[in-house]
Design a protein around this ligand. Structure first.
Ligand code: NAD
Length: 390
C-alpha cells in the first residue's frame, strides 16, 4: 500500500522542459512526480515562448532565477550549480524528444520523456547507448501501465490462469479528431504535422500505449511480423494517418490486432487490452481502470476490482485508498513516478539488486514503441504488406 512514506533517501532535484501553461500533459507530470514527495520541482524551461515559460515557472512558485528561456540555458546553468537538477522531464512535442533527451543525458541528467521517444529506431538506440554508458535512467511516460489491474492481468498470465496465450486484441480509438479540429487547436495541429509528430499520428500517439500495456501483461511475446494499413479520413492530414489497423504474428503462434483511431466518432478513449489464452481471457479498459474482466471458459465471467484481497499481493502494492474507491489516471502516473525514483536511486547507488522486480517503462519500452511504429509505417506505405520484425 502507498501511504505517503517516501522509499528513497531524498527527493530528486527535478526540472521540466515543456509542459507549460495550457499544455495538455504538463500538469499530469507535475501531479505525478510531486504527489508522494519523490521529486522536487526546482527548474524549468516550460514553454517555447521564453517569457511565457518564465512567467509560468514563477507562478508555479519556482525561483525566478531557475525559470529558463530554453532547455539549453537550463542544462548549462543547472550543471554549474552544486544543487543543480538530477532529473528532467521532457513534455514537449515529439520532434524535440530526441535532441533534448540526448542533451540531457550528455549533461548527466536522468530523463523522463514523453512518447513516442524519438522519430526513428536508430535515434532511440543512440539514446539507449548513451544512457547505458552513463548509468542514467530514461523513463517513458506510458502512464496507463501504472494502473494496478494491469499488474493483476500480468499475474494471471504468469501463473497460467489463462493458459497458453493465443490472441492479443488492442484498441485505442477516440473520436475527438473526427473533424479537422487542428485548424483551431494548436495541440492537435502539431500532431498531424510530420515535422512535429514524426512518421505517424495515431500509431505513435495512441497505439503505443496499449502496445506497452500488452508487453507488460505478456512479456514473453515477441512480434515476428506485422501488417498495417493506415488512412487519413481527414484528407488534409495525409501522409499522417488518423486511423490504422495492425495485424501481428508473434513467435510461437500467437496473433494480435490493434485498431487505433482519432476519428472513432462519438467515442471517448476506447482504449482496450484483451488477452485471450487457451483457458480464458482478461480484458481491461482505460475508462474503467479499477476493473479487470476475467472470463474462464465454461465459468461465469468475473469482474475483479482494484484493492480487493483476492488479487495477487503484487497487484495490491500500489493501492492508495482501499477497495471501493475509484483510483484513476493521476494515481497510475504517480505509481510510475515512485518507480522512476526508485530506479534513479538504484542507478545512482550502483545497486542493481534494487532494480529486481521493479517494473517501469524504461528506455527499452521507448525503443520498442518507436520500432513498432516504424514497422507499421513501412508496412502501410508499402501497400499493407507483411514486414518481418527486426
Ligand atoms: P501541447 O502542445 O499541449 O504542449 C506542449 C508544451 O511544450 C507547450 O507548453 C509548449 O510551449 C512547450 N514546448 C514546445 N516546444 C518547446 C521547447 N523547445 N522548449 C520548451 N517547451 C516547449 O502538447 P501535449 O499534448 O502536452 O504533448 C506533449 C508531449 O506529451 C507529446 O510528445 C505527446 O505525445 C505527449 N503526450 C503524452 C500523453 C500520455 O498519456 N503519456 C498524453 C498527452 C500527450
Amino acid at each position: 500500500m502507498i501511504d505517503g512514506i517516501r522509499l528513497t533517501k531524498a527527493p530528486i532535484r527535478w526540472g521540466m522542459v515543456g509542459g507549460g501553461r495550457g499544455s495538455q500533459i504538463g500538469y499530469v507530470h507535475r501531479s505525478a512526480a510531486l504527489r508522494d514527495g519523490y521529486f522536487s520541482l526546482l527548474a524549468g524551461a516550460f514553454d517555447l515562448d521564453p517569457d511565457r515559460g518564465r512567467a509560468f515557472g514563477a507562478d508555479l512558485g519556482l525561483d525566478p532565477g531557475r525559470c529558463y528561456p530554453d532547455w539549453q540555458a537550463m542544462f548549462a546553468a543547472e550543471a554549474a550549480r552544486a544543487d543543480g537538477i538530477r532529473c528532467v522531464t521532457i513534455a514537449t512535442p515529439n520532434n524535440t524528444h530526441y535532441p533534448i533527451t540526448r542533451a540531457a543525458l550528455l549533461a548527466g541528467l536522468h530523463v523522463i520523456c514523453e512518447k513516442p521517444l524519438t522519430f526513428t529506431t536508430s535515434e532511440a538506440l543512440d539514446l539507449q547507448a548513451i544512457a547505458a554508458d552513463r548509468g542514467l535512467v530514461v523513463g517513458v511516460a506510458y502512464g496507463y501501465s501504472g494502473h494496478q489491474m494491469i499488474e493483476e492481468a500480468a499475474r494471471l498470465v504468469a501463473d497460467g490462469t489463462l493458459g497458453e496465450i493465443r490472441i492479443v486484441n488492442l484498441q485505442f480509438a477516440h473520436g475527438f479528431h473526427s473533424a479537422a479540429v487542428e485548424h483551431d487547436n494548436p495541440a492537435a495541429r502539431w500532431r498531424v504535422d510530420p515535422a512535429f509528430a514524426g512518421p505517424s499520428y495515431v500509431l505513435g500517439d495512441l497505439a503505443t500505449h496499449p502496445l506497452y500495456v500488452a508487453q507488460v501483461i505478456c512479456p514473453h511475446l515477441r512480434i515476428r511480423r506485422l501488417l498495417c494499413t493506415r488512412q487519413s479520413f481527414v484528407s488534409s492530414r495525409a501522409p499522417l494517418e488518423d486511423n490504422a489497423t495492425v495485424l501481428m504474428e508473434y513467435e510461437g503462434g500467437a496473433v494480435g490486432t490493434c485498431w487505433t483511431s482519432a476519428v472513432n466518432a462519438g467515442a471517448m478513449h476506447s482504449q482496450k487490452v484483451r488477452i485471450v489464452g487457451s483457458k480464458g481471457s482478461v480484458e481491461w479498459w482505460d475508462e474503467h481502470p479499477n476493473q479487470l474482466r476475467l472470463e474462464i471458459q465454461g465459468e461465469p465471467a468475473r469482474v475483479l476490482d482494484r484493492g480487493m484481497t483476492y488479487l495477487h499481493p503484487q497487484s495490491l502494492a500500489d493501492d492508495r485508498i482501499g477497495a471501493g474507491h475509484p483510483e484513476g489516471l493521476f494515481d497510475a502516473w504517480a505509481n510510475l513516478h515512485c518507480r522512476f525514483a526508485l530506479a534513479i536511486e538504484a542507478h545512482e547507488d550502483k545497486d542493481p539488486a534494487r532494480l529486481a522486480g521493479l517494473r517501469y517503462p524504461g528506455i527499452e519500452a521507448g525503443v520498442e514503441g518507436v520500432r513498432w511504429v516504424e514497422h507499421c509505417v513501412r508496412s502501410a506505405d508499402g501497400g499493407g504488406v507483411w514486414v518481418d520484425y527486426a
